[in-house]
Every structure is written in structure tokens, then in C-alpha cells.
Write a protein that binds this ligand. Structure first.
Ligand code: B1M
Length: 222
């Protein structure tokens, strides 16, 4: 359907709305905001708009970001376009008409205030159909556990940007596993590596948001 293709393009290239001057080659064209509204008015169901429009665009962005074909500013514009479109779908999420793939609890670990990378992971997850419960920065093990207890069946991801704070991941992973040995824990952030992930008994490491999405999709059967 042509309108779904246009919605996907708006997310891919970060076209928020008609007035938005970015990207220059799409100036004057309708953005994700107007197109999602129009699609709903034309009777396209919200689930189709999400899965065949918005998510398709965000999947392309994730791959391009991994391949260094786009950079943080472009991803942020794509996330803004995605959010503009999602605003119109929010009532359908709330009514249960649109099913998300699952819940993902995300936080930057205790002692660490860096949140740009964590926010990118969160935006990409949301753009790929997950409900993201963002606990923010400086998150202690108790906060992760409370969120997991309140949202059973969620996946959980820890981010750290400092070699000092990444050590706190070990304690947080241990506490989470003590509560539920089956709980899958993702870790990431610049100083983290696969070797470190294995050492602290976390389940999955990814250097980028796309890897998180791919593994989450596998775990959720999505
Ligand atoms: Co800070 N800082 N900083 N800083 N800062 C670094 C990280 C540093 C490398 C700079 C340097 O010295 N060259 C250094 C760490 C050194 C080290 O530990 N070895 C450092 C330091 C030392 C500090 C302070 C201690 C400085 C001081 O006060 N003396 C202090 C610590 C504060 C604290 O946290 N307690 C500090 C403070 C800050 C600011 C507040 C000023 C600011 C943060 C603002 C914010 O986040 N809101 C800041 C910034 C911006 C940086 C740099 C410049 C940029 C980090 C960033 O946002 N990168 C950084 C140097 C650098 O990287 N060039 C630096 C962009 C972001 C998109 O990448 O976060 O890696 P990143 O996320 C990536 C991946 O890692 C991955 O996906 C993202 C997208 O690809 N990813 C995940 C991230 N989380 C993931 C989770 C996953 C999977 C993938 O699964 C769950």
C-alpha cells in the first residue's frame, strides 16, 4: 500500500511533519505525523500502520546505523518522526487493539549518568514495537528488580559508559538472577564487551541497538 511505504520513508529519513525542513529533499512533503493520521482516516488499521509502516522504516535505520551509513543525529530525527506517527496510534495501544512485541526494561547502571546511548537503544526498541520502561540513569539493582516484579515476562537491559560503573553491572545481574535465574539480561555500552558479558553471567551483549532488537525478537518469537 503506497501510504505505508510513504510512512516508512518518513521514519527512515526523519521527516516529522509537513512543516519540518528536514530532510531538505523532502521539504514540503507530508511527514509521519500527517500520513499516519491520513492512513487511519482511510481505514488502515493501527496494527498495520505500526508493523508495515513505522517499524519497517525504523528497521532500515537500525541496519544503516550499524553499517555506519547514518549517524546519531539522523537516528534522532528518525525517532522523532516515529514518535510523531506513534502519537496517533497511542489510543489503539491503550485499548489493546495493537499488540506490542513485549516489554523491555532499560536503565543506565548505578553511578553512571550517561544516557544518550541508552536512549537510542530505547527509541529503536520502541520503534520496533516494544513497550520500553525506561528507568533512567544511576539505576540500582533494587529498581530493576521492582520493575521486573511489576512487569513479569519483560526483558531487561543495562547500559554503562564508564569502566568504573560497568563493574556495577555484575552486582545488578547477580541480584536479578537471584530473584529469577531464568531472567534474560542484556548488557551494552562503550566499555562493555562480549567477554565481560560472559564474565558477569549476563545473557546477551550487543555493541549497537540493532543487535538488541534482533535478539529480543528471537526471544519473544517476534
Ligand atoms: Co562522559 N565520559 N563523563 N559525559 N562522556 C565518556 C564516556 C569518556 C569515554 C570520555 C573520555 O574520557 N574520553 C569517559 C569515560 C572513560 C572511562 O570510563 N574509561 C567519560 C568520563 C570520564 C566522564 C566523567 C567521569 C567526567 C568527569 O566528570 N570527570 C563524568 C561521569 C559522570 C557520571 O556518569 N557519573 C562524565 C560526564 C559526561 C556528561 C554528563 C558531560 C555527558 C553525558 C551526557 C548524557 O549522556 N546525557 C558525557 C558525554 C556526552 C560523554 C561522551 C563524550 C559521549 C558519550 C555518548 O553519548 N556517546 C564520551 C566520550 C565518547 O564516547 N566520545 C564520554 C554517544 C552514544 C550514542 O554512544 O553511549 O556508546 P554510546 O551508546 C552506543 C553503544 O554503546 C550502544 O548503543 C549506542 C548506540 O550505538 N549501547 C548499548 C549503549 N547502551 C547499550 C545497551 C545495550 C546495547 C547497546 O543493551 C542493553
Amino acid at each position: 500500500m503506497e501510504i505505508l511505504k510513504q510512512i516508512a520513508e518518513c521514519v527512515e529519513f526523519g521527516k516529522i511533519n509537513e512543516k519540518s525542513p528536514y530532510p531538505p529533499n523532502m521539504k514540503g512533503r507530508l511527514g509521519a505525523d500527517e500520513l499516519v493520521k491520513q492512513a487511519l482516516e482511510e481505514g488502515v488499521d493501527a496494527d498495520t500502520i505500526l508493523k508495515k509502516g513505522l517499524i519497517v522504516g525504523m528497521e532500515i535505520v537500525g541496519v544503516k546505523f550499524r553499517e555506519n551509513k547514518v549517524f546519531v543525529p539522523q537516528v534522532l530525527m528518525s525517532a522523532k518522526a516515529m514518535t510523531a506517527g506513534m502519537t496517533h496510534l497511542r489510543p489503539y495501544f491503550n485499548s489493546g487493539e495493537v499488540q506490542r512485541k513485549g516489554k523491555f526494561i532499560l536503565g543506565t547502571v548505578e553511578g553512571d549518568l550517561h544516557d544518550i546511548g541508552k536512549n537510542l537503544v530505547g527509541m529503536m526498541l520502541e520503534g520496533n514495537g516494544y513497550e520500553v520502561i525506561d528507568l533512567g540513569t544511576d539505576v540500582k539493582s533494587g529498581q530493576f528488580i521492582e520493575a521486573l516484579e511489576a512487569n513479569p515476562g519483560s526483558l531487561v537491559g543495562l547500559s554503562a559508559l564508564l569502566t568504573t560503573t560497568m563493574r556495577n553491572m555484575e552486582k545488578i545481574v547477580a541480584e536479578i538472577k537471584k530473584m529469577n535465574p531464568e531472567q534474560k539480561v542484556f548488557v551494552g555500552g562503550a566499555p562493555v564487551s562480549q567477554e565481560y558479558c560472559d564474565k558477569i553471567n549476563a545473557d546477551f551483549y550487543s555493541p549497537d541497538p540493532q543487535g538488541v532488537i534482533e535478539r529480543a525478537n528471537m526471544l519473544m518469537g517476534a
